[in-house]
Design a protein around this ligand. Structure first.
Ligand SMILES: Nc1ncnc2c1ncn2[C@@H]1O[C@H](COP(=O)(O)OP(=O)(O)OP(=O)(O)O)[C@@H](O)[C@H]1O
Length: 377
């Protein structure tokens, strides 16, 4: 239990009972916790916020002693607070983990260059090693070039696919098998909501997992802020006076996610617990077992047709299990060609500035996106 009543700087006199912190009952309450509307003092807020994250880490056995962990560091509020708190908890509770800041430079002038300058300052402030990998070096494209060719509307799709892979590839190069990101409770609730609204059952099943791994891939990803509210992360950064970059990405946010975010914010205003409740609902969902895939029975007739070259089944997608390597880049992929290479192929074909909306060509970026939507990853 956290008690610091003798702290002379925070000692208060002549306060009404209603003005006192509801946790320590000795200092003035200055924060109304967004999560549960509890009125608490600054020190108690730091303590409960940090302890909740520690509990999430311990309850879910996120780390093991001696593990090397990369913090996906964008310079934004979430990952800055994550780096700060993981360093603090690692020292306070002696997790015995080795932290590294891992940043991806997507190549967005006026946005990522500024936020990476923040990460470089964080590196000094937290005394942690920093590694930066860029889309330019990994894919030979910057996001600015991609938007020029493929348009702004689908920029998040490209960026998301490339960033996920870039973080994995960056971690693999550093010999790290665990990447933590600053995805928070609001992000997760939004994702659950989006998947429900889209009827995307396959994604819904995975959307509340705190740790995700891909069969055959050595890199696992986790979200220690799974139960932390966005507003509390901002409050923590504010009261701790953390150095973070607060500008939004220059490219439009994914339209549907933006709508889900608005919806979540409206719901939160009426009922703050709805963020956590949506996550609990997602966790509690039991989905119907998947139907086993139908086997193609090869009859005498069909084998004859096959020999004659009339076989329609040969056009079907060949199934590749996780752990296979992309035929183009050699990186791990559950498909013959990884998502990033499929997008790159579309981009190369669209260099002639075919806009996504008007693109009806057979090989352009728009077609690649449509193909990707139909693939199961
Ligand atoms: N360029 C990047 N390099 C490294 N990690 C990144 C990068 N961009 C995003 N991430 C990781 O993914 C998480 C979610 O990113 P996203 O951009 O969706 O949300 P955000 O709320 O803006 O996060 P943040 O406030 O940390 O920038 C980040 O917290 C960070 O851990």
């Amino acid at each position: 239990m956290f008690v610091a009543p003798s702290d002379p700087t925070n000692k208060v006199k002549n306060l009404k009972l209603s003005q006192l912190c509801e946790l320590c009952h000795s200092r003035k309450a200055i924060i109304k916790r967004p999560k549960n509307l509890q009125k608490i003092c600054k020190l108690c807020f730091f303590h409960v916020f940090e302890t909740e994250i520690h509990n999430t880490i311990v309850d879910n056995k996120l780390f093991y002693r001696g593990e090397k962990v990369a913090v996906g560091a964008s310079g934004g509020k979430d990952s800055t607070v994550l780096a700060c708190i993981l360093k603090l908890l690692n020292e306070r509770y002696d997790y015995g983990i080795e932290l590294v800041l891992l940043s991806i430079d997507e190549g967005i002038v006026g946005y990522r260059d500024h936020s990476l300058a923040t990460v470089k300052r964080n590196q000094q402030q937290y005394n942690l090693p920093l590694e930066i990998f860029s889309y330019q070096e990994l894919y030979n494209w910057t996001m600015d070039e991609i938007v020029e060719v493929a348009g702004i509307r689908n920029s998040c799709t490209y960026c998301g696919v490339f960033r996920r892979q870039a973080l994995d590839r960056g971690a693999a190069k550093l010999g790290i098998k665990h990447v933590v990101t600053g995805h928070n409770a609001d992000d997760m609730a939004e994702t659950v909501l989006m998947n429900i609204l889209r009827g995307d059952v396959a994604r819904l099943e995975k959307s509340t997992a705190i740790m995700t791994t891909s069969k055959g891939s050595p890199i696992k990803r986790s979200k220690p802020f799974k139960y932390s509210y966005q507003k509390e992360i901002v409050l923590y950064a504010h009261y701790k006076k953390l150095d973070y970059f607060s500008t939004e990405c220059s490219y439009a946010p994914e339209a549907f996610r933006g709508t889900a975010r608005e919806l979540m914010k409206n719901l939160e205003a009426i009922r703050p617990s709805c963020i956590i409740d949506i996550i609990y609902s997602g966790e509690g969902l039991v989905l119907k077992p998947k139907k086993p895939k139908r086997q193609t029975v090869v009859t005498k007739n069909s084998s004859k047709k096959m020999k004659e070259g009339n076989n329609t089944t040969s056009a079907k997608k060949t199934e590749f299990v996780d752990g296979n390597r992309c035929e183009k880049c050699g990186y791990l992929s559950s498909n013959k060609i990884c998502k990033a290479c499929m997008l790159l192929e579309g981009l190369e074909n669209s260099r002639a500035k075919i806009s996504i909306e008007n693109d009806t060509s057979a090989d352009g970026a728009a077609k690649t996106l449509r193909t990707l939507e139909n693939l199961t990853f």
